[in-house]
Design a protein around this ligand. Sequence first.
Ligand SMILES: [Zn+2]
Length: 303
Amino acid sequence: MRRPCQVFALLVSALLLPACHETRKHVREFDGASAFHYIETQMSFGPRIPGTEAHRKMVAWLDSLLRKRADTLIVQSWTHVTAAGDSLPLTNFIARFQPAATKRLLFLAHYDSRPRADSPTSTDSTKPVPGANDGGSGVALLLGVADVLKRVPPTVGVDLLFDDGEDYGDFVKTPDDVLMGSRYYAAHQVPGPQPLYAVLFDLIADKDLQIFEEGNSVVGAPEVVELVWNTAKDLGYAGTFVATPKHTLIDDHLELQKVGIRAIDVVDFDYPAWHTKDDTIDKVSGASLQIVGDVAVELVRRE
Ligand SMILES: [Zn+2]
């Protein structure tokens, strides 16, 4: 998309460049309302905790949706034995668009739900996390991007990784029981070139959406942070994507950084319902998904 615009401008006049740019800006491909329905469907399954019926339904649903949308679907299945000795059936989905392209982008989101609502602010840590925003929003975003890429295929390769087992254990006491899907993906990479960069999306549908830069992203892949926040700014979303670091998180992007992938985390961590039983559908909105979805699609079209 970029090259014809430039050539056109060179041939005619620099004055036409804004017009050309303007034409692109008006194409809104991502549909926030239908992405919101993808959160509703996940909520109807119940918390998607590995080893439960809801998780099995989630796996079957993702499998059927992604087969209809992607050029190639890679399914990674394995069993993880937890520190407590439980065996968890885990599955990663890698939905590939233009699988032969050497220039590739990777977007990822975890789809599992946390078995215990153990936030320090939680009123009942025996309950699971419903995961409307935590897990649910990232999946909805990636599925919305898959719909867009099915309609108008990208000129670069795009991989959408739906990873499992991000949120199962305790991040301090049982670190092997979290980030399991991204660790498995990093250890079993798809043959071929690594992506130019990777963007992890989570907690991106909060009705009160404000996304600050994340500390480990700024340290590990500052140029990707700059690219994503600049893209948001170009779309008029500088008020939502605040170009200042705030929280520093242990998340799936770190497992990818360890194997040399320029991975960052796009996450609104100012979410009072985080890891509580109140992470429910009334806290999230299609309007917020629209903003982040527009940015994600623009990242693809910009290449
Ligand atoms: Zn979580």
